[in-house]
Write a protein that binds this ligand. Sequence first.
Ligand SMILES: Nc1nc2c(ncn2[C@@H]2O[C@H](COP(=O)(O)OP(=O)(O)OP(=O)(O)O)[C@@H](O)[C@H]2O)c(=O)[nH]1
Ligand SMILES: [Mg+2]
Length: 465
Amino acid sequence: MSVVDLNDTIVAQATPVGEGAIGIIRLSGPRSKEILSKIFRDRKAAGPPAKWFESHRLYAGKIVHPDSAQAVDEVMAVWMKRPNSFTGEEMVEIQGHGGPIVLKQLIGLTVELGARLAEPGEFSKRAFLNGKIDLSQAEAVADLIAAQSEWGAKNALSQLNGTLSEIVRRLRGRIIEIMAQIEAGFDFVEEDVQTFKQEDGLRLLGEMKEEIGRLLDSFQTGRLYKEGLRVVLVGKPNVGKSSLLNALLNEEKAIVHEQPGTTRDILEGERMIHGIRAIFHDTAGIREAENSVEEEGIRRSNEILKKADLVLLLLDSSRELSPEDQQLLEQINLRRCIIIYSKSDLPPSWDPTSQIVGTLPIIRLSAKNRTGIEALMEKIYDVSLKNKLIKDHNYVLNNVRHYKGLGKIHLKLEELTLGIGKGLMKEECLVEELRIIADDLSGITGEITSETVLDEVFSRFCIGK
Ligand SMILES: Nc1nc2c(ncn2[C@@H]2O[C@H](COP(=O)(O)OP(=O)(O)OP(=O)(O)O)[C@@H](O)[C@H]2O)c(=O)[nH]1
Ligand SMILES: [Mg+2]
């Protein structure tokens, strides 16, 4: 949607597709009200309502075809006079009955009268182009809708309220200030006035670098809010991975069988842990494959293992540790991991406290009897969530675009402070470098952003948003 013609009036369904009590279509653009006036009628009378629309008031009536006067639906409709609307343009919302056919007819009527079907994210894009929200706020709208946890929703709302925009603007303001001080120095060379003190500059830049560093650190937590915790169950065949998945989900999702090598595809299921979504992945048991199907399963196990935030390595308590177990222990050595001493209802064949290397946490559990499951949930919280959630109860970074942008700025600030510290930086160059950083900051709020970036951001939105 590279070229947006703001003179177009756009229309889309704003509520989810499918059957619902109510379905809403929204229009935005200069002809919104005119289109509504052609199809909205008083519920009883045939003609237009006696009192015509006031802005921001909801009216009950019906939608009729303008030529045949045939009724399409009974609705409530509201007109929002510009600029007091989400997009900053004339907007109309029609609340009809939430059936797919009815809503399609409503949209069809508006299109007949000159509206155009909106593209994904086009309403938000218009809100951005009309200066109602900045880019990071527009992104927050999408995040709020997509939030999978209360933490995530709260964070997105904070971003929508402008938390990130404010931080970015404040940082940019400081850069501009330093630039101004240096530039003032240029004008007074003759008078020998010293306006820019290097130590002050270094201190300010150092503080900024620290603040951005903290934001970058919070990204991990932001991803937890947004995407959840990816937990992967691994172990050699038959140790009880699928049984544990079923116990965790309280559902017979995976096939459990006494024959080793049962699971081939990766199965996943979700469960909340202290308000964060944990996604558990059951995998194919890892060993020397017996055939190519199993081999593919094992390849997938290793693939998903790389993406894990946390690994649950299962070791069967009722059988001696095997070379395969040892190999897996070594393989996950440096990863975040919890050892599962599985099938603890059976007589033990080995002692986990003396035979497990290092300081890996161990949970004894029986998927069969469902014992140890809650202890495992608490351990997952301790190992992967507790510190992050408590540390970052403030705003956290959760968007890859912001993360990359700020990461780049952080790096530049580092180079800059090093350069100044070594006396390598001429003041003219310094101003130029600072100007680039100021522009990069503007890129995050979208004050300076290329059309490609905009397209990329908004194309991920859903239609009607
Ligand atoms: N006694 C006992 N048996 C269990 C327990 N968990 C699993 N089993 C049994 O162990 C066998 C294998 O269980 P699965 O859950 O299929 O093992 P898996 O690790 O998914 O095996 P693969 O998919 O082949 O890699 C089955 O016969 C289960 O009934 C447990 O806690 N106690
Ligand atoms: Mg299995």
